[in-house]
Design a protein around this ligand. Structure first.
Ligand code: GTP
Length: 358
């Protein structure tokens, strides 16, 4: 029986205000909580038992996924009262694993969308009888990441911090296969970083740690820009997911939503359940969460509009995150990076970034 651990305990500070009321992996992404796409991928790879390592907003996970049977999985939950970091979170769920000491356990970072072949990663792990096998992806510009050089046999040589002159473009993609006994050997009950402590410690001890290199679709959904991109890639089918609640296409319109006949909803946008898009409005490459309202003539591009939030008439949003139940009045213009806090109210014509704006 194959088991997996999903790390979902982070506070998701970079995605505030959306993560003030909702854990990051529970934010609807292409119509379902992001975690659903990962759980579907795990099930497709043959995983039968998943342990969710929760901390922040822990109760929301079990309330939604229950015992996991709807996804063909058995899901168990463990909650850290104090966040233990990635390594501490993995160690903290060890008691619920049923695998034997040498069995492989798959570990997923809870905010990565990856199309890589988990079965091939497992096969490589078994072939080398490794302690840990990491999925490594290749990026065009590795300077923003810690990188992971390998020897000719695929064995990890080093875990390097960010550097202006990286020796390889291979980076840790956040999906690991661990030998079960290696999980048990992580010190219990304390904060541990798997990236900064566990992996370098294994190398120092001469343990067999291997890299599985595959440049498949890969995206870390930690920032608002990446979150919007991940959602639209799922809707457009750039990355396949069996959890998508509708056909692949330009838009995903959920039950009870209303889109005016002359509104344009394009670019992999999602219109949440009960949301409304008014006459002549444009919604492009964006996520409207349940009950959101985009009034007549408004333009929403590359943005997230929180549940129950309203975007007033003729208002333009581009690269913006609007928190739950916020209200933006008519004739505003908010651009890249702007965040409107949950419940905030912005009067009409309050903000305009045109060339003559002060
Ligand atoms: P930011 O605050 O925006 O950096 O997000 P984050 O808190 O999710 O941190 P980060 O993206 O670095 O976390 C990577 C993964 O590890 C995510 O899936 C987190 O949910 C998870 N994670 C981070 N810290 C913890 C922790 O203390 N416990 C558990 N169980 N998971 C964690």
């Amino acid at each position: 029986m194959l088991e997996a651990i999903l790390l979902v305990g982070g506070k998701g500070t970079r995605l505030r205000p959306l993560t003030l009321t909702c854990a990051k992996p529970m934010i609807p992404t292409a119509g379902v909580p992001f975690l659903t796409h990962q759980l579907a991928r795990a099930a497709a790879a043959g995983v039968e038992h998943v342990v969710l390592a929760t901390s922040y907003r822990a109760e929301t996970f079990s309330a939604h996924f229950g015992d996991g049977s709807q996804l063909g999985l058995r899901i168990s939950y463990v909650t850290e009262t104090e966040p233990l970091g990635t390594g501490g979170g993995i160690r903290n769920v060890a008691g619920l694993l049923e695998s034997g000491p040498d069995d492989p356990v798959v570990i997923f970072n809870g905010d990565v969308l990856s199309g890589h072949d988990i079965g091939a990663q497992l096969a490589l792990h078994r072939e080398h009888d490794a302690d840990v096998t990491l999925h490594l992806t290749e990026v065009d510009d590795p300077r923003a990441f810690g990188c992971v050089p390998l020897d000719d046999d695929g064995r990890v040589l080093e875990f390097l911090e960010k550097t202006p002159d990286p020796p390889t473009n291979r980076i840790n993609a956040g999906c690991y296969v661990f030998r079960r006994s290696v999980i048990d050997a992580i010190p219990a009950g304390k904060v541990v970083s798997v990236e900064r402590e566990t992996f370098p410690g294994l190398l120092e001890a001469g343990a067999p740690v291997y890299g599985y290199v595959e440049r498949a679709y890969w995206l870390d959904l930690g920032t608002p820009e990446a979150f919007v991109k991940g959602s639209r890639d799922l809707v457009l089918g750039t990355i396949a997911s069996t959890a998508l609640p509708g056909p692949v296409g330009e838009r995903l319109v959920l039950e009870g939503a209303h889109v005016a006949a002359d509104a344009q909803v394009t670019g992999g946008s999602t219109v949440g359940a009960g949301a409304t898009v008014g006459a002549g409005a444009v919604v492009d490459g964006s996520v409207l969460l349940d009950g959101a309202v985009v009034e007549d003539g408004a333009v929403v591009r590359s943005s997230v509009v929180g549940a129950g939030a309203a975007v007033g008439r003729e208002t333009v949003l581009d690269g913006v995150v609007v928190g739950e139940a916020a209200r933006i009045g008519a004739h505003n213009e908010l651009l890249a990076g702007a965040r409107v806090w949950a419940g905030a109210e912005l009067p009409e014509k309050a903000v305009r970034f045109s060339s003559d704006a002060s």
